[in-house]
Design a binder for this molecule. Sequence first.
Ligand code: APR
Length: 165
Amino acid sequence: MASVEVTRGDITDERVDAIVNAANESLLGGGGVDGAIHRGAGPELLAECRLLGGCDTGDAKATSGYCLPARWVIHTVGPVWRGGGRGEPELLDSCHRRSLDVAREVGARSVAFPAISCGLYGYPPELAAAVAVTAAREHGHDLELVRFVLFGDRAYDAFAAAASG
Ligand code: APR
């Protein structure tokens, strides 16, 4: 059973085996976490992403981490929040479970997640945190550490509250 941690910070600084990227279906980069990870990894990351043929919402694919401290980047595509009645919770749960599966497949023992979908995609952090922490606890077996790395007070408070329950 993985230990689940919540911390503030920039996920590109995380010294874990794998960091999770909040990507889009093209996997060709973007802003937010996606932009920070591509800047930190360097241009080889985009070159590898081009070979992956995109990623469906709710799915996850791994690449090398290149210049990042993390050995792997696990790219997942979260749902855009449309009010909660369009399968968003199930897709967000799938992002976390698939990312944990891919982490196991590559042999990662420690994984750091950002608050997937909680930025541009508009998912309320309080609702996302419950989904994310539950998935980590239910599906994080075999891993030593699952760490949520949050920007900003609202996301941090939401994930800290979810993890204390
Ligand atoms: N480290 C940790 N968390 C970060 C970082 C960082 N360096 N940068 C941003 N965040 C936080 C945001 O504050 C937000 O809480 O990550 C969360 C996710 O926000 P986004 O990066 O906007 O991701 P998301 O909401 O899933 O939207 C994905 O945005 O960047 C594009 O290409 C991406 O189209 C995709 C969309």
